[in-house]
Each structure stands twice: as C-alpha cells, then as structure tokens.
Ligand binder design. Sequence first.
Ligand code: NCD
Ligand code: ZN
Ligand code: ZN
Ligand code: ZN
Length: 345
Amino acid sequence: MVRIPGLIDAHVHLRVPGGKQKENFTSGTAAALAGGFTMLMAMPNTQPPLNTIDLWRDTQARAEREGLCEVVHFAGVDPSSLNHLGELGQVAPALKVYLDETYNQTQGFDHTALDAIAESWPRNKVLALHAEGESIAIAISLSAKHRRPVHICHVSREKDIERIALAKREGLPVTCEVTPHHLFLTRSDADRLGPLGDMRPTLAGQRDVDALWAHLGTTIDMIASDHAPHTLKEKNDPDSSPPGVPGLESTLPLLLTAVSQKRLSMERLVELLHTNPVRVYGLRRQADTWLEIDPHALSTFPEYPLRTKCGWSPFSGMPIVGRLLKVVLRGRTVYADGQLTGLQK
Ligand code: NCD
Ligand code: ZN
Ligand code: ZN
Ligand code: ZN
C-alpha cells in the first residue's frame, strides 16, 4: 500500500450552469473522488459563461453546497466583458481565456483586448490560456511583454512543448499542463473512436506523444484531465458533435499503470497532480487529506459503472495496473473499496 496526497485536477468542466444533462457538481465531484481527486479547478465556459462577479459567486457558492470535494472556479472573459475583470480579479483565483475556438467559445480577441486582459488581471494570479498552434506564440509573448504568469492548457504538439521549454529557459513565468488523452492516445485511436475520440486540441501523432513524455520530468508542470463530459447522444450527433472527453476517473488509473511500467515515478506523479497545481495556482492546503493506493492490482478500465454523468470513457478496455483503495478528505474516509462513503458534509 502506498499513501499519497489528495490529487488536484486543475482543468475540468462541470457544466454548471447550463449543461446539467452532461454533468453537475454532485456527479462531477463523485467522479473526482472515485478518481483520487480531492480538489478540482472548474472552467468558466458554461452557459452562460462565468464572466460576471454575480454568476461567478453564485456558481462558486453552489459548488460549495453541492460538491463532495473542493471545487474552485476560474473566472471567464469575452471581448464584451473586459470591464468585469477588476471585480472578478478580487475573488477568482485565476482567469481562463480562450484564444482558439472550442466548445462554447467562439469569440476572437484582438491584440488590444489581450493586452488589456494581461494588464488588468492581477499579476499574482494566473492567466490560463487555451492556446493551440500559432496562439502558443501569442500566449508566450503576453507573458514576456506584460511580465506576468501565463499558464498554457492542454499542450499536445511537439513544436508547442519545445516552444514552451525555450520560453522557460529564457526565464519567463510560463507554466503548462498536458492531458492523459494526449499522453496515452494518438490519431489512430481517434480513427478507432470516431466522435468519442474528438476533443480540442485533437489527438496528435506518435512523435508528439513521445515529445510530451520526454518533457514530463521537466517542462510540464502538471497533468490535468480536461474532463469535458458530453452525453453519448450529443457526441454521436453527426451535425453537432461537441469536442471533449471525460477524464476524472481514468487519469489516476492510467498514470499508475505508467508508474508500474517505470515510465513515471510515483514522486513525479505527486508533483504533477498535487505539488505543482498548489504552487502555480496558490491553492489552499487540504489538511488530513490523502489516498491509499495498491500499486499492483490488475483490472480493465472501467470495471465499474462510471460516476461521471456522461457515463462513457475513451479508455474503456485499457489494461490497468494499480488501484485506488481509499480517499480520506479532511480526516473523513469518503471513498473505500469502490464505494463513496460518509458523504454528509
Ligand atoms: C472542452 C469542453 O467541452 O468544454 N472541450 C475540449 O474538447 N477540450 C473545452 C476546452 O477545454 O477546450
Ligand atoms: Zn499585444
Ligand atoms: Zn481548451
Ligand atoms: Zn477544457
């Protein structure tokens, strides 16, 4: 048995408000606990998005009432809501900005708007960016020009991670995350999975995957699931299949399997999923919170019904080594032997 701290997923979509057929705070945090996460950072691309102080506060309060573990919300912004950043910057721990099109986000920001965001968001709080391809250069230049921390979400391509590595060598306060799907799946899985293998950024080639693994011990600050639940019905609709895959329950099993294959050490796993998210986002420590893990147990994913409301996973059928035995959250056992326990708050 191995004991490690409660994990933090710094990039999830819990779909509140506006997406309750996909997920809600109870189902999303149940999936989190079953996956070894005791703290989540939830994205603001909800419907409507978390671009105003009132909606941010209401949603955060609701997560505190309904969530089974801690949830912290990013603030959001679009080109018409720049004037709300001052207020949001006083309460939200981080801001998320979408530089490229993705689910529920289509607006483009011009240079002037990006400069205004980079100037008005507090310098001691992270500016997290959805940035792909050419937008990676924009993200890095925002950090350089405005001398401020910038975090790049779900890095997936070799040239992108190399660019970020260079920026870090130059001393810029740039951090980044990768997802398990970009570490464990390639374009050939996308062919096999059809719409269930579609997300932003899309799955890449083996060379890209190899580059991410090569940077996992250095350039990459964290692994975040980008848990992006959509129902099977929505995913299979050929006219409007939304991008995104769930990940809260598969991340730890996949990474424990990598640990068993010596592709990753348990110490580095803890840095990527606990220590570095705390440091980068300045999160509060959770007292008396830990996981118990059997590093040798064998299974096939998923061996149990998933707790995410979307109910499917792109990793079904994968052989898994290692199992989460127990989650203790603030001194209380909240998950044991495959069951959620003692969830009264
Ligand atoms: C995310 C979603 O569904 O909200 N989808 C995705 O493909 N990653 C949005 C995002 O993180 O870009
Ligand atoms: Zn500019
Ligand atoms: Zn994104
Ligand atoms: Zn996302």
